[in-house]
Every structure is written in C-alpha cells, then in structure tokens.
Ligand binder design. Structure first.
Ligand code: AMP
Ligand code: MG
Length: 272
C-alpha cells in the first residue's frame, strides 16, 4: 500500500504543465486488485455516511466533474462510486451536444442551471469543459473564442467556490490501446453495442488533438479552489477506489454534521 494519499499523488498542482503521455494509465500506486473489492466497499460505506450528514446539514453544495475520452469510464464511475449516495441528494447531469436553445445562449448558461444546491452532491458527466475540448478539436467556434474560455472557466468556478460550493474534478485517463479494447468489447457484446457509434471511430482518429486539448484544460484550469485529479483509469477497480477515496477526503474536509436538535423537541419524549 502506498504511503502517500491518492489525493496528493493524483492532484494536478496549479500552474504545472500536464503531459499525459508521461502518466501510466495502468498505474495503481501500490494498490492490489485482490484487496480492491474490500477497499471499495469500505470507501462506499464512508461516502454514504458523509453524504447522509451533508444532506441533513444542507450547508454545502459539492460539484463533481467527470471528464475523459470516449470509453474512459465516466458512466461506470457514476454507476460504481456514486451508487454510494442516496439519489435524492445526488443529481447527475449528462452534457450532450447542446440543443438549439442551449446553443443560442453562452456556453455556461446550460451548465449553471445544474450546479448543485446546498446539501447536494451534483455530478457532471461531461461538463463545461467540453467547450474547450470537443469544441476546440472540431473548430466549433473560432480559436479566438475558445482560448478565452480557460480564464472564464477559472473565474466562474472561483465564483462558485466563493459562494460556498466545493468543486472536485476527475479526469479519467485511459490509453489508446485500452480505448481500442473497450470499443471492441462494446461492439462484440450485444448488451453493450448500443453504446458504440461509428462516430466513436472518427473521434478516436483525433486522439492527439484531444490529448492536447485535455492537457491544456488540466494545466490551465487546476486551481487550489477547484483542482483537477488525473485518475489512471485503465483498470476499473483502481479508478473506482481512487475516485471514492479522493471524494471521501474532500467530503471529510467539510466536516458535515447532523444539525442540532430543535430545542422545541423535548428530551426523553416517548411517542404514544
Ligand atoms: P456521450 O459519450 O454519449 O455522453 O456523448 C455525448 C456527446 O456530446 C459527446 O460526443 C460530446 O463530445 C458531445 N458534447 C458534449 N458537450 C458538447 C458541447 N458543448 N458541444 C459539442 N458537443 C458536445
Ligand atoms: Mg460516447
């Protein structure tokens, strides 16, 4: 077991330049698959307790951002980690291609509507970062426009944090071979083929462009207020336990506590 906490190992220190080709997507930082089931189960119990108190206290909004290339495991992370949470306090928002209404507004308009309220843990499966990822890779707006968005995103996230939101951002890193394996598996498995689109192959061909866009987003938008974590995600079991552990540490810091008992409720009351 590694000595250092995963949150310290995997956080992108603000101001550093991320080079994804220097990070091993199969890294497990001393964790072993044989222990992972128990580790994850413990992590999920911890998360469930923290969320229960966070929800009861209704003081802190928590925003969790998930990004990653196609098949990196964003949906799997929602399924296997966020399942610790009661759905009542854990709205999940998928950001797909913007609708005509959404595209008629600024790019943060649709996103802002889904930021979590106090007591909620809001999950973004994709996010406003698509506006410096797919939008950049496909020239959906001119460079003049998207290049300003890094600062705008930092300012917007800073505002949310100043207003009380805790933000934690996970980038799930898989390598090219792992994406190939996962696409093939999706294609071959009749219960998964619905997830496979021919456009996935066109996107895969743009791997290097996406890598450059991810590197800039991670390097330019990891702040002390809203840090990015790069999660080696070739191994689903490690991805799950890393996200669970880091999220647990982030929630722990908020020290969520059940609210004090209403003074109008007498002690030793026996309900008839
Ligand atoms: P899925 O992988 O099924 O979630 O697909 C969602 C698709 O929506 C992905 O191809 C994204 O790149 C795309 N998408 C999400 N946000 C945006 C955006 N702001 N502009 C253009 N495409 C987007
Ligand atoms: Mg997809």
């Amino acid at each position: 077991m590694s000595e250092r906490r995963l949150c310290d190992l995997l956080r992108v220190e603000p101001g550093t330049k991320v080079r994804l080709d220097r990070i091993d997507a199969s890294e497990t930082h001393g964790h072993a698959k044989s222990d992972s089931e128990k580790e994850l189960a413990d992590g999920l119990v911890r998360l469930a307790g923290l969320q229960d108190r966070l929800w009861a206290e209704a003081k802190h909004p928590v925003l969790v951002v998930l990004q990653g290339i196609d098949a990196a495991g964003k949906d799997g992370t929602v399924h296997h980690v966020m399942s610790a949470f009661s759905p009542q306090g854990c709205p999940v928002t998928d950001f797909k291609e913007p609708s005509p209404l959404e595209i008629s507004h600024d790019y943060l308009w649709r996103v802002h509507q889904h930021v979590p309220a106090k007591g909620e843990i809001g999950i973004f499966n994709r996010s406003h970062y698509e506006d410096v990822l797919v939008v950049r890779v496909h020239d959906l707006v001119p460079k003049m426009v998207w290049k300003k968005r890094y600062d705008q995103i930092n300012d917007w996230e800073r505002m949310l944090v100043d207003e009380g939101t805790t933000i934690v951002k996970f980038f799930l890193l898989i390598d090219r071979d792992e994406q190939k394996r996962r696409f093939q598996e999706r294609y071959d498995d009749p219960t998964k083929r619905w997830k496979f689109k021919m456009s996935d192959l066109a996107e895969r061909a743009l791997w290097e462009d996406y890598a450059a866009a991810f590197e800039d987003a991670l390097s330019r938008c990891s702040s002390a207020a809203a840090p990015w974590y790069v999660i080696p995600a070739n191994r689903n079991w490690f991805r799950n336990l890393a996200v669970a552990e880091i999220l647990g540490d982030v929630l722990d810091e908020l020290k969520p506590a059940y609210p004090p008992i209403d003074p109008k409720v007498p002690a030793n009351l026996v309900i008839e």
